[in-house]
Design a protein around this ligand. Structure first.
Ligand code: G3H
Length: 318
């Protein structure tokens, strides 16, 4: 988004990261969020089924509980490789849906080897994503956060979701944030690093916009809303603002950065709204697991229940 292009978000005075002073019209952002919420209700049954099957392929199926064990991580992996009943995929899926899986499994660093061995036993090459960088608070020395990222690489993680230190955002220490993200990203040695802003703790939409830009300039290939542990997690207004930052970065740098809303996404409707938001703000090319993920621990059952409901509606009508 360029200067003055959009009334909901204006870059007033660009600096090194393109966001020296940002004004966000919160009311306009909230109106857009409400419109997106409403637009889900006008989907046709066929459209909804096709979007829900696609939604599954965007999921970073997550367990991040302090009592996680090999057993429940193995269960998670089994769900991730066969997330939707075969009958539904066969009936409504496209050819490329025949091997429908989630995008990844997302777990704590100590569970990486459990996930890798469960997936190997299932004959699946599904990526394993681990959280790191002092997840969820980021309140640890940079050296320990960086070595946590390195540990995930050594354990074989394919993707690493790192948190930022929110105090840097709240105190507007953008150079320090840039340098910390740069360091943690470098420790990821080319793995897909998703930078979690924990937007519910960033203080304002302006801060979210700036933290997004700083993270992208520091090399983050993906930015993510939340850990799932904040009081306020992924919200649509925050998603709009982060997508605007991604759009601006693409326009100025020509690089497509991925986006991952996560935390509190529980129902099939929630995920549909997120997909419509991506389509509207970033376009169809972003509706691809290489550029869009949804982090969720419990939305899959709601998606499957809804697919079953729509499937039986269609059967009854035939
Ligand atoms: O990164 C993923 C989140 O931790 C999942 O949050 P959730 O348990 O609210 O779905």
């Amino acid at each position: 988004m360029a200067k003055d292009e959009d009334s909901s978000l204006k870059i007033l005075n660009e600096d090194r990261y393109g966001a020296g002073c940002v004004a966000i019209n919160e009311q306009a952002v909230n109106v857009e969020a409400e419109e997106l919420n409403r637009s889900v209700d006008s989907l046709t049954t066929e459209n909804e089924i096709s979007l829900l099957l696609k939604a599954v392929s965007f999921l970073d199926l997550t367990t991040l509980s302090s009592d996680d064990t090999k057993a429940n991580v193995t269960q998670l992996c089994c769900k991730a490789v066969a997330p939707v009943p075969k009958e539904i995929v066969k009936r409504h899926g496209k050819n490329d849906d025949s091997k429908l899986t989630t995008a990844s499994v997302c777990i704590y660093p100590n569970r990486i080897s459990d996930a890798k061995s469960a997936l190997a036993q299932l004959g699946s090459a599904l990526p394993v994503a681990a959280v790191a960088g002092g997840f969820p608070s980021g309140q640890y020395p940079l050296s320990t956060r960086v070595s946590e990222v390195a540990f995930c690489v050594d354990e074989g993680a394919d993707e690493i979701d790192i948190v930022i230190d929110r105090s840097l955002v709240l105190n507007h220490q953008w150079e320090k944030l840039y340098s910390e993200v740069l360091n943690m990203n470098a420790a990821g040695k080319g793995r897909k690093v998703k930078v979690i802003l924990a937007t519910g703790e960033c203080g304002s939409l302006e801060n979210v916009f700036k933290a997004s830009l700083v993270s992208m300039h520091a090399g983050a290939p993906f930015i993510k809303t939340s850990t799932g542990k904040e009081t306020v997690n992924a919200t649509i207004p925050v998603g709009i603002v982060m997508c605007r930052a991604i759009k601006l970065f693409y326009k100025t740098k020509g690089i497509k950065i991925g986006f991952k809303p996560a935390g509190g996404i529980r129902t099939y409707k929630d995920i549909l709204v997120w997909m419509l938001l991506i389509k509207k703000e970033l376009g169809d090319s972003w509706l691809n697991p290489s550029l869009f993920r949804v982090g969720a621990s419990s939305v899959l059952s709601s998606i499957v229940d809804r697919l079953e409901e729509l499937n039986s509606l269609i059967k009854t009508a035939e």
